[in-house]
Design a protein around this ligand. Structure first.
Ligand SMILES: CC(C)(COP(=O)(O)OP(=O)(O)OC[C@H]1O[C@@H](n2cnc3c(N)ncnc32)[C@H](O)[C@@H]1OP(=O)(O)O)[C@@H](O)C(=O)NCCC(=O)NCCS
Length: 170
């Protein structure tokens, strides 16, 4: 059973929406509480791709196991060589190294796009994501305490960053 990593299309929107919807409804991995939909995710994929950003999926036997993407960080032109990424796998696909594989493909794309920094904004509740980011060479740049709220409690946001060429540029 081969895993294929490929660019997403509109047909992947239902699978991506299902993965994201469960994270929204049940977890503090995302600070979002407003529900998503297939249409919402189809528009997100189209918007990312129209702006030249990747949306990648991991697929096995025709099933989408997860997705990863990056997009603008804070939106101002001074940040144009920095991107913020997102990644999520379906529950059954987690803990098998697939997240790391998808991230490695995303990082390779960021390098070939000439980008300088990737930023991951993680809930401090997210032990698996923290481990994966550390294993990929990301470092914790800072924690913003109590910047979010969900399920009636405060959430802390951790900013993890990867210098894509391994060093600060002059
Ligand atoms: C976070 C996520 C992408 C990681 O992908 P994954 O394929 O499950 O992780 P991997 O199998 O590549 O493992 C990466 C590391 O995390 C560890 N890990 C995996 N699941 C874990 C868990 N539930 N708790 C603690 N550590 C965990 C692994 O042991 C591994 O650590 P190691 O390198 O020290 O051995 C995936 O679990 C996921 O989609 N989670 C839900 C969505 C999410 O959290 N997205 C990230 C938002 S910032």
């Amino acid at each position: 059973m081969m895993i294929i990593l490929r660019e997403a299309g509109a047909a992947d929107a239902p699978a991506i929406a299902a993965i994201y919807a469960a994270l929204i409804a049940d977890t503090t991995i995302t600070f979002r509480s407003a529900p998503t939909s297939t249409e919402d995710r189809a528009a997100w994929i189209a918007e990312r791709q129209a702006s030249g950003f990747p949306v990648m999926v991991s697929e096995r036997d025709g099933d989408v196991l997860g997705y990863a993407s990056y997009g603008p960080f804070r939106g101002l032109d001074g940040y144009r060589l920095t991107v913020e990424h997102t990644i999520a796998l379906s529950p059954a696909a987690r803990g098998q190294g697939l997240g790391r594989e998808l991230m490695q493909a995303l990082i390779a794309r960021a390098r070939s796009d000439g980008l300088h920094v990737m930023v991951g904004a993680l809930s401090s509740d997210n032990a698996a994501s923290r481990r994966m980011h550390a294993a990929l060479g990301f470092t914790l740049a800072g924690t913003l305490p109590q910047t979010g709220q969900k399920f009636g409690r405060w959430l802390n946001l951790e900013l993890w960053q990867l210098l894509l060429d391994g060093r600060e540029r002059p």
